[in-house]
Design a protein around this ligand. Structure first.
Ligand SMILES: NC(=O)c1ccc[n+]([C@@H]2O[C@H](COP(=O)([O-])OP(=O)(O)OC[C@H]3O[C@@H](n4cnc5c(N)ncnc54)[C@H](O)[C@@H]3O)[C@@H](O)[C@H]2O)c1
Length: 345
C-alpha cells in the first residue's frame, strides 16, 4: 500500500513511517518541518526506495492537491498538527490554522483526488486524534467512543473540531474515513518539551523536575511503537466511518510517573543524591484536565489489539534511548521555547 503520512517528521508520525516502511509499505512523508519536527526521526528509513519526503504545509491547499496528484496514495494517515497544550494556551491561533483549517484542506484534497480516481473503495483517510477531546474524568470511569466531546484546552478543542470535520466528510461526501483517539504517548524521539523527556533531561542536567500542581493528574500512558502498530491495524482493518479509542492500560499520576523515571535513572546513571530530590512542584496549567483513561474494549474486541509493553518496560526503554542518543536531543534544546515555562496564561 502507498500511504501518505502527514506529520511524519514528528514524534508519532515518524514511528508510523518507520514501522510502515519496515512492513513493506510505500510511504510519502508530508511535513512542514515546524519547530517540533526532526528529520533524524526518520533516518533509519530515509534511504529506503519505499520512502519519499515532501516538505509542504497542510495550510497550503495547492501544494496538497499537487502532492496527491503526483503520488496517488492508496491511503492517508493524517498526523500533522500543533500538539503542545502549553503552546496552545499562549498562541491558540496556530492550532486553529493547522489543526482545523489544515485538516479541512487535507479532507478537500483527499476528496478531490478520490473522486477524480473514480472513488476507489479501498481508499482510506485515517485521522489521528487524541483522548483529550473528551475532556476530563473524575476518579473513576473511562472514555468510550460514545463519550460526549468536552475539550478544555485550545489544543483539544482544535482536535475536536478536526474530528467533527472528518466525520462530516464521511457522512456528507462518502469519503472512506477511520478515526482514532489515543491517550498520552511516550518513547524514543519524543520532543524535549513534553513531560517525560523534560524529566529525563532535567534530571541528567541536575535541574529541577517540574511537576504541575500537586502531581495528582492521571494519564493513561502508551508506548509510541505500540500506538504506531495500532494505527496501521486500524488503517487496514478498521470499519469505515468508525472511531477507535487506543489506550495503554497504564494509568499513572504524574507524580508516580516521575518517581518511576527517577528510580530507573538511579539504577542506570546513579548520581550523588536520588533524582527524586530534584522534584519541584510548580504553578498548575490553567484548565488542566484531572484524569484521562481509555476504555479499549472496541479495538481489543473488534481488531484484537492490545498494548505490548507495560509502562515500566516502556519507560526503561525510553530512558535508555535518551541516555544513548544525546546527539539527537542536545541540539533540540536550542529550539524556540524549549526549556521555558509556557502556558501559564
Ligand atoms: N503526543 C501524544 O501523546 C498524542 C496523543 C494522541 C494523539 N496525538 C496526535 O498525534 C499527532 C502527532 O502528534 P505528535 O506528538 O507526534 O506531534 P509532534 O508535534 O511531535 O509532530 C507534529 C508534526 O507535524 C508537523 N506539522 C505541524 N504543523 C504542520 C503543518 N501546518 N503542515 C505540515 N506539517 C505540520 C510538524 O512539523 C511535526 O513534524 C497529532 O495529530 C496529535 O494531535 C498525540
Amino acid at each position: 500500500m502507498k500511504i501518505l503520512v502527514t506529520g511524519g517528521a514528528g514524534f508519532i508520525g515518524s514511528a508510523v513511517v518507520r514501522l510502515a516502511v519496515s512492513r513493506g509499505h510505500k510511504v510519502v512523508n508530508l511535513d512542514a518541518l515546524t519547530y517540533a519536527a526532526c528529520l533524524e526521526n526518520v533516518a533509519p528509513v530515509a534511504d529506503s526506495p519505499l520512502y519519499a519526503f515532501e516538505k509542504a504545509d497542510i495550510r497550503d491547499p495547492k501544494a496538497l492537491a499537487e502532492i496527491f496528484a503526483r503520488h496517488k496514495p492508496d491511503a492517508v494517515m493524517h498526523l500533522a498538527a500543533e500538539s503542545h497544550v502549553d503552546r496552545s494556551i499562549d498562541g491558540p491561533g496556530a492550532f486553529i490554522e493547522t489543526n482545523v483549517m489544515g485538516t479541512y484542506n487535507m479532507l478537500q484534497a483527499a476528496r478531490s483526488f478520490w473522486e477524480a480516481e473514480g472513488r476507489p473503495e479501498g481508499f482510506r483517510f485515517h485521522h489521528i486524534s487524541t483522548d483529550e477531546v473528551y475532556g476530563t474524568l473524575g476518579p473513576t470511569g473511562q472514555f468510550t467512543e460514545e463519550t460526549p466531546y468536552a475539550p478544555n484546552s485550545p489544543y483539544s478543542a482544535s482536535k475536536a473540531g478536526s474530528d467533527h470535520l472528518v466525520r462530516a466528510w464521511h457522512e456528507t461526501y462518502g469519503l472512506p474515513v477511520v478515526l482514532t483517539n489515543c491517550s498520552n504517548n511516550y518513547g524514543p524521539y519524543h520532543f524535549p518539551e513534553k513531560l517525560i523527556p523534560v524529566v529525563i533531561l532535567n534530571a541528567l542536567a541536575g535541574k529541577p523536575l517540574p511537576i504541575y500542581g500537586d502531581g495528582s493528574n492521571v494519564r493513561d500512558w502508551l508506548y509510541v511503537e505500540d500506538h504506531a502498530d495500532a494505527l496501521l491495524l486500524v488503517l487496514e482493518k478498521g470499519a469505515l466511518g468508525r472511531s477507535y479509542n487506543i489506550g495503554g492500560e497504564n494509568e499513572r499520576s504524574n507524580l508516580e510517573l516521575v518517581r518511576t523515571i527517577c528510580a530507573i535513572l538511579d539504577r542506570l546513571r546513579p548520581a550523588k543524591q536520588p533524582y527524586a530530590e530534584q522534584i519541584t512542584f510548580v504553578t498548575d496549567r490553567p484548565g488542566h484536565d484531572a484524569r484521562y483513561a481509555i476504555d479499549p474494549t472496541r479495538i481489543r474486541e473488534e481488531l484484537g489489539w492490545r498494548p505490548s509493553v507495560t509502562v515500566e518496560e516502556g519507560l526503561e526503554r525510553t530512558v535508555r534511548w535518551y541516555l544513548e542518543n544525546e546527539d539527537w536531543w542536545r541540539p533540540l534544546l536550542e529550539r524556540h521555547g524549549v526549556g521555558e515555562r509556557l502556558g501559564k496564561a
